[in-house]
Design a protein around this ligand. Sequence first.
Ligand code: NAD
Length: 252
Amino acid sequence: MAAKKCTAVITGGAQGIGLCLTLEFLKAGYNVAAADSDIEAGKELKVRAGDGKRLLYSPCDISSEKQVKSFIRATAGKFGGIDLLINNAGIGINKPVNALSIGEWNRVIGVNLTGAFLCVKHSAPHLEKSRGSIINIASTRALMSEKNTEAYSASKGGILAITHALAISLGPEVRVNCISPGWIEVSDWKKKRDMKAVFHTPADRAQHPAGRVGTPYDIAEAALFLASKKAGFITGQNFVIDGGMTKKMIYV
Ligand code: NAD
């Protein structure tokens, strides 16, 4: 159980891993401010979260400094401070590098990397005051690749680097860590219109040493630990949560 009145800002908190983070942190006693650009998903989140007193949702595109600044101000105003920032919102555009436009490149970097920077910039004074922490969500794609994923991989590599940079700059007041998920199934964590049934083949499961594909709960459990006092000596680190997939040597 979180200490009373802990407040978490969770970006992309209305769908996918972020939705699970929002619901699990609410369950653990946190106030949660979910910053998500998808208004339809935000409305559904409000219904799903029940009484709503400990949830703040308002639309926010994290690539816009103006929107981030006002979202953070509204969060601190409603809950009296901020103890945790989870930089989770992310997008991908997969295209051959010679077909990727500068606009597409900038959009992926703008949301995944600049968006995280903006949220840190405007939350940092509150986190320093509360001696809080930051959890960045990167990806195993920061460490390994499929074809045509340059913008996404670069943005996630940047997240790994900004994690250790921030741990040095904001410590000792603020701890900063990173989670790099592998394949996390989110088809059943979408807004109603986009919800799909989960289907995995035996091969999908077998390529994971853990014997299954990940779920958003795998990430939420780690985030709850990293946010807690139990993780007080952990900062600047990247935790790969991928069922062991990146440790599996492949010979063809
Ligand atoms: P998702 O698409 O299911 O959910 C992302 C949420 O972020 C959506 O609700 C979306 O509306 C929101 N969002 C997108 N752009 C935004 C913006 N500009 N401002 C605010 N909100 C925005 O994604 P997911 O699969 O849950 O991924 C969450 C994070 O985890 C991402 O950073 C992703 O890169 C990372 N990740 C996911 C996986 C996976 O297998 N699902 C693996 C590795 C890393």
